[in-house]
Structure formats: structure tokens, C-alpha cells
Design a protein around this ligand. Structure first.
Ligand code: SF4
Length: 245
């Protein structure tokens, strides 16, 4: 069993306990659920580094527009009108049109593509609880969400150390479906990272991942530091042009 260090406060946050102090009894139940999740979790991950090219919106040629939009067109939410005026990003054979991702990756020449999961056992535990003890199912959902984030934070740290050893710094991770980075690119991640083979992750028709507690992300590598905060841009007060929101 691989223990994934998961902050209880994060579980409370996913449960919506804003300003509420859980009773000792509630804390005990949550800890018990967390322990059960640890027992059934089977974390797997895969990541790779690949060069990045960003073509500003005004410099995208007609041919490049066609190629970029062809890739986006496979998405259920195909390229929006706004997307057509977004920069074009190329990495690992993907073509992504996204203002948000382009801003986050500005100045980077390389990205890390990542897929990670805490495994199918977590979903099984949630489904069983849904028929026998709904309140526990809600806790498993919240604790599972905190656990996959904690697992990815650990991977992020490993990637950070690898980057630092090469004199590079990380931007906060950015996932398909975030802002104008189309969820349709999940199919690109599945192909490039061979997610089924490397992590046991499959995509449904709505592009949601199975196991449900899975994450895909792109992380920019830059040769100058930005003092990024681990919790990400949403909780960072640093004045910064790379903010992802
Ligand atoms: S806003 Fe903060 S966390 Fe986000 S890229 Fe800038 S420095 Fe990093």
C-alpha cells in the first residue's frame, strides 16, 4: 500500500466546511474514510517532457489556423469564436488554441505533460457507499479529490526538482477543461501519454476519465523563476503576467 499524505484540512475544504469546525465524531469518521481510501488506492502516473512552440494569434498563418482548428474540432465544445483569435501552442504533436494557456506558458520553451490517478478502487468504494451509506459516499468523494490533488502535488514536486537540476522553473499546472483550454484535448493526452497502458486511465464519450480521481495537466518549464506558490495562481498574490486565470 502506497500512502498518499493527504491534508485533512483539504478534505474539509472539499466538503465545504468553510469556517465550520467538525466535531470530534465527524473528524473520526472522516479519518476512517481516509484510511479506507488509502487501503484501496493504487496510484499510477506517467509524464514526459517535450518542446513547446507558441505562435502569437496575429502570426498564425491560414494553414496553421486550419490545422489548429481541425484538432479543436474533435472536441465536443469545438473552438469558440474567441478561440480563433487565440495564440496557437504546439507540443508533442498537439495543436492547442488557448489564450489562458498561452499566457501561463509565456516564455517557456518546454512543457511537461502529466497523467496521474489514484486508481479504480476509490470509485468502487464510492459506489458501494452510495447504496449503503450516502454520507460516507460524500466523504469518500471529498477525500478522494483531496488525495488525487495531494498525489499530483507530490509528482509536481518531483518534476520541480528535476527542472531545478537543469536550471529551470515550473509554472503552475494547467489542465484541459480549465478556462479556454478545451477538454477535447484529453484525447491528445490519452494518445501522447498512452494513458491506458501507462496509468490504466480511459476516456468516456464525454471525455471524463475513468478512474474518476485522475488528473491530466501541462506544466511549463521556464528559465526564469516566478516565485510560484504551490497552491497555484488562485491563491498567489504575486503580481505576475503568467497568471492562469
Ligand atoms: S500568479 Fe503566482 S502561482 Fe501563478 S504563475 Fe504567477 S507567480 Fe506563479
Amino acid at each position: 500500500m502506497t500512502l498518499i499524505p493527504t491534508d485533512l484540512n483539504e478534505v474539509y475544504r472539499y466538503l465545504g466546511f468553510h469556517g465550520i469546525t467538525p466535531t470530534p465524531e465527524m473528524t473520526g469518521i472522516i479519518q476512517e474514510c481516509l484510511e479506507k481510501l488509502q487501503e484501496v488506492s493504487a496510484p499510477r502516473s506517467f509524464y514526459l517532457y517535450t518542446p513547446l512552440e507558441i505562435i502569437p494569434a496575429g502570426e498564425v498563418s491560414t494553414e496553421e489556423v486550419s490545422a489548429g482548428e481541425a484538432a479543436e474540432a474533435s472536441a465536443p465544445e469545438a473552438a469558440s469564436v474567441e478561440g480563433a483569435s487565440a495564440p496557437l501552442l504546439r507540443f508533442a504533436g498537439m495543436e492547442v488554441r488557448s489564450k489562458g494557456l498561452a499566457r501561463n506558458l509565456a516564455g517557456c520553451r518546454e512543457v511537461c505533460l502529466l497523467a496521474a490517478t489514484i486508481g479504480p478502487g476509490v470509485d468502487l468504494l464510492i459506489r458501494r457507499a452510495q447504496v449503503s451509506a450516502m454520507s460516507r459516499a460524500v466523504i469518500y468523494q471529498a477525500a478522494g479529490a483531496a488525495m488525487i490533488e495531494a498525489y499530483v502535488d507530490g509528482l509536481n514536486e518531483q518534476i520541480r526538482q528535476e527542472a531545478h537540476a537543469r536550471g529551470l522553473f515550473l509554472r503552475p499546472r494547467f489542465s484541459p477543461g480549465y478556462g479556454d483550454f478545451s477538454l477535447g484535448h484529453q484525447t491528445d493526452f490519452a494518445r501522447v501519454l498512452e494513458m491506458q497502458k501507462t496509468c490504466g486511465i480511459t476516456l468516456g464519450s464525454s471525455l471524463l476519465m475513468t478512474p474518476s480521481k485522475s488528473v491530466t495537466a501541462v506544466i511549463g518549464l521556464s528559465d526564469h523563476g516566478t516565485d510560484c506558490r504551490e497552491p497555484g495562481c488562485e491563491e498567489c498574490a504575486h503580481p505576475c503576467e503568467y497568471r492562469r486565470v
